[in-house]
Design a protein around this ligand. Structure first.
Ligand code: FES
Ligand SMILES: [Fe+2]
Length: 340
């Protein structure tokens, strides 16, 4: 799905907060190349990777003193994309109108560095991620680049039926029990409440689900490209995983994972275990998604869906309307039953 940046402005994670960029770093966001460097204020800056003079990639240049100098004729740009010096005109020379470069608005929140991609001022702040800095919660995070389209990556994160196969034995087993899925959508996204009628016979199922304890499982698609998976075990235990996707190019997606847990009394000691399981799970998803992407590129998109794909179909519909600038989704819901 191609997205028009002007119609679909949004915040995307582009790195970690507080990072100092020595020299320059390339960044691609929805197919648009940018170049990052450290601005005069010591913070990360990101400007379009195209010199307004003769169109050379600015990423060939050098960053120094809070500016980026083009490799061709030495024009210098500050972190807001303004042309600060044209060497051929001398120190007092006035840059012509049109000598500036598009700059991304960058903002730090809860340890992530976010970029606002869209014309005009950002609409609100970057979203809050669960668990980071919350009292009584453990939190961990990691990032990976997947050679796959953002639509399939989103589908994978919200999709339950694959878990018994791709992650077989870890947090589910192949389809062996009924589950009721209440899917609903509104302008803020798509949510699915999942009622499972059996305790999963998997490693994580055995560790986390004690008999007689009620399990609440709610997954959410949050625009533009985030999936949050939440489990509540009784009143005291809770685990939330949020996958925030940054579409870099049509076939490349950066995935930024925040995992938060409240599993008293083990909360403080679980970080290494969660990190291990999180990386293992994402590695399994990455392998299948990259195989799928190679085949989609070869054979094109010919899908055949069932009731078990309803949540994803609604998400893709939501995203298509959003990409076209249409109303994002009326409020409605549906209940489907299928085996997990
Ligand atoms: S092309 Fe960049 S300064 Fe000429
Ligand atoms: Fe998965």
């Amino acid at each position: 799905m191609s997205e028009d940046r002007a119609m679909t402005p949004a915040w995307y994670i582009v790195g970690r907060a507080g990072q100092r960029i020595g020299g320059i770093r390339k960044l691609t966001l929805r197919g648009v190349p940018y170049v990052m460097f450290t601005g005069a204020d010591g913070r990360a800056a990101a400007i379009l990777d195209r010199c307004p003079h003769r169109g050379v990639p600015l990423s060939l240049g050098k960053a120094r003193g809070g500016r980026l100098a083009c490799a061709y004729h030495g024009w210098e740009f500050d972190g807001e994309g303004r042309c600060a010096l044209i060497p051929a005109l001398g120190p007092g020379g006035m840059p012509p109108r049109g000598a500036c470069v598009e700059a991304l608005v960058l903002r730090e929140r809860q340890g992530w560095l976010w970029a606002w991609q869209g014309s005009g001022e950002p609409e609100g702040d970057p979203p809050e991620v669960p668990g980071h800095g919350w009292r009584g919660w453990g939190h961990g995070r990691f990032s990976r680049i997947l050679e796959a389209r953002v639509d399939e990556v989103i589908e994978n994160f919200i999709d339950c039926p694959h878990t018994g196969y791709v992650h077989g034995g870890l947090f589910r087993t192949p389809a062996d029990h009924e589950a009721v899925h209440h899917v609903r959508q509104d302008p803020s996204g798509v949510t699915v409440d999942i009622e499972e009628e059996a305790r999963p016979r998997s490693l994580l199922g055995r560790l986390l689900v004690r008999s007689g304890v009620r399990v609440e499982h709610v997954d959410r698609f949050l625009p533009p490209a985030t999936v949050e998976v939440g489990y509540r075990f009784g009143t005291r235990w809770e685990v939330v995983g949020r996958q925030t996707c940054t579409p870099m190019g049509p076939w490349q997606t950066a995935v930024h994972v925040d995992v938060a847990w409240r599993l008293s009394p083990l909360t403080p000691v679980l970080a290494p275990f969660v990190a291990l399981v999180g990386r293992l799970v994402l590695g399994q998803d990455r392998a299948i998604l990259e195989h799928q992407a190679r085949h989609l590129r070869k054979f094109g998109e010919q899908f055949c869906s069932t009731e078990a794909d309803v949540t994803n179909l609604w998400i893709q519909g939501w995203r298509k309307r959003w990409a076209k600038g249409e109303p994002r989704g009326t409020r409605h819901g549906k209940t489907v039953r299928f085996r997990l």
